[in-house]
Design a protein around this ligand. Structure first.
Ligand SMILES: Cc1ncc(COP(=O)(O)O)c(C=O)c1O
Length: 434
């Protein structure tokens, strides 16, 4: 377990988050329950924000909304003085309703609809990231109707593909995102967009992957992007003001991942800013405004999910299953890509983990598993179970599959707990049914 001051085993052998025991949270709010450690989120925001400022200067951390989106997260990150991205009309609407400054929003998406582009203009977002020729046409026309000039970036594919502990340099152009630099597509779209009268092309964006630990991947992306900036400068006399390098910083989920303190996460920003400072000097480029978009690393480890153990199924010589009151409807990541998690028993933290269980959800799917082969103490029906590092891509990926209710989200800090998202009711489920 990656313990910290706000997520720890207390003197009674109980798991505590934000100064409250899991037992109390489960008692007061029921299970399943998403719990978010606000102090951790604030720490990550300030560490990323301050490191970017100290090591580079002009730039912004734009929290990637897709990791965890609800009004209260925008209130927190606004207070921490960072920006955010959005990838759909729904995310745009949520961030707007939270009273967030829309000039600090970067709007992404490989297939933004006409109405989403219109909404983005109405709400006055800071940047729109273009990912198709026809999108550039549509946006230019819309801007002309609105009588405004919109700042845009273009999503490019720098030919660096990163996956957790390794990366490859690739000329592969089979990605639904971005224009390949290597194939020359990126050069063509740059020349196309820069001639659009109502679009102000400020720079380029790339995002090389997610849950990346290999720091070299990020410096390689910086190298490829600045090579391209240099080429555009020398061949077309185009100099950009902005460079957006996306997110993707790897976090701790289980024993196979490197456990880091909040401060140690600054190393991702340091490696990027060092490479960028070196590259712009070496290549004679003007210093771009740097945008970084971490999502998972800001909220991932902040979150835990609490469950109550239900039926225990023992299959002799095969496996022991604990069925929980949650499942793939509130955490689909194992079902989607066999994501690994650490599972603990919050009320039995001092007992030896001498049993092995797999954690199954309650959905009607055999693949509805949360984690396999977890070391735990003996678990009985009614025991509390916690899954750690569930703050990112859990609530935001939740569904009402099997008409299960999406659990509420509680924000905890200094011994206080408050709803960030209230519980759904069965009435909510049928609200739009005809
Ligand atoms: C464009 C863009 N920016 C940022 C992110 C955030 O990535 P992460 O949550 O891994 O930091 C993503 C994730 O898919 C993305 O597509």
């Amino acid at each position: 377990m990656n313990q910290r001051t706000t997520l720890k085993i207390n003197d009674n052998g109980q798991l505590e988050i934000g100064g409250i025991t899991c037992e109390k949270l489960a008692h007061d709010y029921g299970t399943p329950l998403y719990v978010m450690d606000q102090a951790y989120i604030e720490d990550m925001c300030s560490i990323f924000r301050d490191t970017l400022k100290q090591e580079y200067g002009d730039g912004i951390i734009a929290y990637a909304s897709k990791a965890f989106c609800c009004k209260s997260i925008y209130k927190i990150i606004n207070k921490m003085n960072i920006g955010a991205d959005a990838v759909s009309g729904g995310e745009l609407y949520t961030v707007y309703k939270a009273g967030f400054p829309m000039s600090k929003i970067i709007f992404h998406g490989n297939n933004k609809t006409y109405s989403e582009l219109k909404l983005a203009l109405e709400l006055d977002v800071g940047y729109i990231v273009i990912d198709a020729y026809s999108e550039a046409d549509q946006l230019d026309e819309l801007c002309s109707k609105f009588g405004k000039k919109q700042k845009v970036l273009i999503r490019v594919n720098p030919g660096v593909e990163a996956h957790t502990h390794h990366f490859i340099q690739t000329a592969k152009i089979d990605s639904k995102f971005g224009f390949s630099i290597i194939s020359g597509e990126a050069e063509s779209i740059v020349n196309y967009v820069k001639n659009k009268p109502n679009l102000s092309l400020e720079g380029l964006h790339c995002h090389i992957g997610s849950q990346i630990f290999e720091e070299k991947s990020f410096s390689l992306a910086v190298e490829k992007m600045t090579d391209f900036y240099q080429k555009l400068k020398e061949h077309f006399n185009i100099e950009f003001n902005v460079l957006n390098l996306g997110g993707g910083f790897g976090i701790w989920y289980s024993d196979g991942d490197k456990a880091k303190t909040c401060d140690e996460y600054a190393s991702y920003i340091k490696i990027i800013t060092k490479s960028l400072n070196d590259c712009i000097q070496k290549k004679g480029l003007k210093k771009p405004f740097l945008i970084l978009e971490p999502g998972r690393s800001i909220v991932g480890e902040a979150g835990i999910t609490l469950y109550t153990a239900g039926r225990i199924k023992r299959i002799d010589g095969v496996k022991d299953y604990i069925a929980i009151d949650g499942g793939m409807f509130e955490n689909p990541r194992f079902a989607l890509y066999q994501a690994k998690y650490t599972v603990v028993a919050p009320n039995k933290m001092n007992l030896p983990n001498d049993k092995i269980y797999s954690i199954a959800g309650k959905c009607c799917e055999s693949g509805d598993i949360i984690a396999e082969n977890c070391n735990l103490p003996e678990i009985n029906e009614g025991d509390l179970i916690a899954v750690l590092s569930t703050g990112a891509y859990n609530y935001s990926m939740a569904s009402n599959y099997n008409r299960n209710l999406i659990p509420p989200v509680i924000m905890v800090k200094n011994g206080q707990a408050n709803y960030a998202v209230k519980p759904q009711s069965y009435e909510d489920l049928i609200r739009n049914d005809i």
